[in-house]
Design a protein around this ligand. Structure first.
Ligand code: GLN
Length: 485
């Protein structure tokens, strides 16, 4: 059962609300960014999408720098706080940019840098609240924390979207800033209670001087420079895609170099993180269809008219976050039940279940297309079933993945490993786009609906087959992975 905060460290509540407000500001901005770029700034839609994609990639790229700073220099709490300050500055700059595009992009660059600094470190902190003997509490803690993420995600698009579109765009950015300010306030007030292992700083190194200037100052200058580089790249979207690709490759090389320094015991644990991360890419590739192919699909072939009202396609994404909130306690109960009957799956088992259910989600889309072939348009119910199953999959994979990383990462590498976990998401963004292309959305646009349905059906069958193959592989090897853990 969902036991609430009882039996959990007090800091969980703070981290829950910090992350809830951070996600409020993040998803609030996500909901209006492309609309702002196309409607207010008159940037063509394809370019606006590239800017959006690059921005998200930069968030994930900076997670690795965040890990490095936290593990080697400042500790997790400090880096998370610096991240929050960057996000706040970013939203404020955007709110006050008054159509100055240099300022607008600088604000966006600050948010990408800040989110990368804050998000993985708050997750590491949740993991550090629990000792290894309290493994089941850690997993439960992450499930609770994940609720915070989704409460932020469900209210943000409506609140920020409403203010941005109905009042003024810049007021929307301002509202996101208020959310982040609240998150930072909650975090700062709880600083004293955070466990000591979240605050281990290498003061000697921080205060050492390079070229007569303290390293500490260099770090801030570097972070500001990073935000400025992101801003320059965002203003030049085409170069930006190439640079993101190169950065991802460099980071891949960095991970390989880290591997060589690990002991055999550490390697066997990091190996589990790496293998399950690869499977998590498959899950995110499927689930990112909710932002890649499914919105276009819904727009073209799904019947959105009910009782004389047309449901806005954008509200379907709020449904997704809502379903995550509803499902979270049910799934927590389910894991508890499997534990009581002594059949609780391990991490790999939970991942395999998540992938299976996410693949099943696309089977329902295929059924829906078959129904539409008879009646012209597809019923929304199929989409809702699909989103519910994808949500179930996310709850099997994402909170468990966070718990897994905090459990198996070598002590002094928790931040870097968590950064890696988030970087995986950048790859999944790329693969999700490729899959959407494979389905053939671009070419289907001008065709009659019946022919479109045929193309989509073939496309989604391919996606399902891919999902089945990957799920089957994980089902076969899951016990081997779980035995090693
Ligand atoms: N929805 C989750 C969050 O915002 C996971 C997002 C992701 O990993 N792509 O934290």
């Amino acid at each position: 059962m969902f036991t609430g905060w009882r039996n959990h460290p007090r800091s969980l509540k703070r981290l829950f609300f910090t992350e809830m407000w951070e996600r409020f500001s993040f998803y609030g901005l996500n909901a209006v960014l492309v609309l702002f770029l196309t409607k207010a700034a008159h940037i063509p839609e394809d370019l606006a999408l590239i800017i959006f994609g690059s921005y998200v990639t930069y968030v994930y790229l900076s997670t690795t720098i965040a890990g490095f700073l936290a593990d080697r220099l400042y500790g997790y709490a400090k880096v998370a706080f610096i991240g929050g300050i960057f996000i706040l500055i970013g939203h404020l700059t955007m709110a006050l940019s008054n159509f100055s595009f240099s300022l607008f992009y600088f604000g966006l660059g600050c948010i990408a840098t800040g989110t990368g600094l804050l998000k993985p470190n708050v997750s590491v902190m949740v993991g550090k609240l629990y000792s290894d003997e309290h493994e089941d509490m850690r997993v439960q803690g992450f499930n609770i924390y994940y609720m915070g993420i989704n409460i932020g995600a469900v209210i943000a698009p409506t609140a920020v979207g409403f203010v941005a579109e109905k009042v003024a765009w810049h007021a929307g950015f301002g509202l996101a800033a208020i959310g982040m300010a609240l998150g930072l306030y909650i975090f700062k007030r709880g600083e004293k209670e955070f466990p000591a292992n979240c605050k281990v700083a290498n003061n000697e190194l921080i205060n050492s001087r390079f070229a007569g200037i303290k390293l500490n100052i260099w770090v801030y200058v570097m972070l500001l420079a990073l935000a400025a580089i992101f801003a320059t790249l965002l203003a030049n979207p085409i170069q930006s895609t190439v640079v993101s690709g190169i950065c991802l490759l460099i980071l891949g090389g960095y991970i390989i170099s880290l591997w060589r320094k690990l002991t055999i015991e550490e390697r066997s644990k990091v190996w589990i993180i790496l293998v399950l991360s690869i499977f998590s890419v498959s899950y995110w590739t499927l689930s990112n269809q909710t932002i890649a192919s499914l919105p276009i699909f819904i727009d073209r072939v799904v019947d959105l008219n009910y009782f004389g009202v047309t449901i806005p396609a954008s509200s379907i994404s709020s449904f997704y976050s809502l379903i995550l909130i509803i499902l979270a306690p049910i799934i927590a109960w389910f894991w508890n039940f499997t534990k009581q009957i002594k059949h609780e799956p391990g991490y790999a088992g939970k991942f395999a279940l998540g992938l299976f259910v996410a693949t099943l989600a696309f089977v329902f889309i295929i059924f829906g297309i078959m129904q539409a072939e008879h009646s012209g348009k597809m019923s929304l119910v199929w989409i809702l079933v699909c989103y519910t199953l994808l949500g179930f999959g996310e709850l099997c994979i994402s909170p468990n993945g966070l718990a897994l990383v905090t459990k198996y990462a070598p002590q002094n590498l928790s931040g870097i490993m968590m950064g890696l976990w988030w970087m995986i998401n950048a790859f999944a963004g790329l693969t999700a786009g490729l899959i959407a292309q494979l389905i053939g959305f671009q070419s289907a646009d001008k065709l009659p609906v019946a022919e479109q349905l045929n193309i989509y059906q073939n496309g989604f069958i391919k996606v399902t087959i891919l999902g089945i193959i990957i799920t089957a592989i994980l089902f076969i090897i899951r016990n081997k992975i779980d035995e090693r853990s």
